[in-house]
Design a protein around this ligand. Structure first.
Ligand code: TYM
Length: 331
């Protein structure tokens, strides 16, 4: 009997706190759902988090807390490899190698880089080459599928291009990975400025729902979400971005189609509709708060320690193959 290897999944998250409904609906829900049918590797990308101003003690805390939140959401260390990027030096080495074949012009066109520098973020080499490290994360483990939200689409395209470029020059080393992006809720928008995506770094806390927020906070945030003055509930991203966002959130949390929701709430008034959205979100998130509280930092550290050891073992032969292909095999 032959057992066929499962396709491999890799994805990552920055340990920058405030894990929100967008992260969950755009990515983490899929991380959890895909654990049985794929060989899943999930990484807390602390080296990426160093590309913006940060406090070292805070980074250490957030690495643990991010892992705890992921475990509370259902990332299961028995079925998935869970570790932090800095535990595996091969990520940074491969990023260097890939960097030698990444045109500056391509990096300059990355919208996340442009957005961050436009907001006044310091523009250093780390931030500029951020997508190269992301490509290294994915390609190091020869991942086939990458569950992400819509905002990472462009980085994924670049990763695929780099894999092809590498293979053309040095031989078939990397499979070409594909993005796995949900149909609804791939881009959950801010509750206060619905033309912008919901973001961890938004200074307005009211703009997002954290996955660990309690029911009262969730209700308050959704009730005060910015909408428009025309009272009809209908899906129209241009004219009604706030209501369209709430429709997407409700569709993603209840499994009901947007058409179905519109048929029910079109003329019920925003108040009734918002209450229904809030209850759907409360119901979805409530169990995770309980599980989060039951996990200890010690348990989480043990998981990361073990995950890091396994990730290094897994990465070593892959990295040797890359070194050999590019001519730095060693003695
Ligand atoms: P990060 O930490 O910003 O976000 C983690 C995941 O959440 C998704 N996401 C969203 N989805 C829907 N709506 C939103 N408003 C929203 N905001 C965030 C992101 O798309 C992401 O999937 N560069 C990555 C981390 C990374 C990575 C990787 C991802 C590093 N290496 C390799 C995949 C593979 C990032 O900053 O994600």
């Amino acid at each position: 009997m032959t057992t066929e290897a499962k396709p491999r999944i890799f994805s990552g998250v920055q340990p920058t706190g405030n894990i929100h409904l967008g992260n969950y609906l755009g990515a983490f829900r899929n991380w959890v759902a895909l654990q049985d049918d794929y060989d899943t590797i999930y990484c807390i990308v602390d080296l990426h988090a160093m590309t913006v101003d940060y406090d070292p003690a805070e980074l250490e805390r957030e690495r643990i807390d991010t892992a705890k939140v992921l475990m509370a959401l259902g990332v299961d260390p028995e079925r998935s490899l869970l570790y932090t990027q800095s535990q595996v030096p091969a990520h940074a080495e491969l990023a260097w190698i890939l960097g030698t074949m990444t045109p500056m012009g391509v990096l300059g066109r990355m919208t996340q880089y442009k957005d961050k520098t436009a907001r006044g973020e310091r523009a250093d080499l780390g931030l500029f080459s951020y997508p190269v490290l992301m490509a290294a994360d994915i390609l190091l483990y020869r991942a086939n599928l990458v569950p992400i939200g819509d905002d990472q689409r462009q980085h994924m395209e670049m990763t695929r291009d780099l894999a092809e470029r590498f293979n053309n020059r040095f031989g078939e080393v990397f499979p070409i990975p594909e993005a796995y992006i949900p149909e609804t809720s791939a881009r959950v928008m801010s509750l206060t400025e619905p033309h912008n995506k919901m973001s961890k770094s938004d200074e307005q806390e009211r703009s997002r729902i954290a996955v660990l927020d309690d029911a009262d906070v969730i209700r308050k945030r959704i009730r005060s979400a910015v909408t428009d003055s025309d009272p009809e509930v209908r899906y129209d991203v241009e004219a009604k971005p706030g209501i369209s966002n709430l429709l997407e959130i409700m569709s993603a949390t209840t499994g009901r189609s947007i058409d179905d929701l519109v048929a029910e709430y079109a003329h019920s008034g925003y108040g009734v509709f918002k209450d229904a959205v809030a209850e759907a979100v409360v119901e979805e998130l409530a169990p995770y708060r309980e599980t989060y509280r039951s996990l200890s930092n010690g348990d989480v550290r043990a998981v990361l320690h073990d995950g890091g050891t396994k990730a290094n073992e897994l990465a070593a032969p892959y990295e040797r193959e890359v070194r050999k292909a590019v001519g730095i095999k060693g003695y």
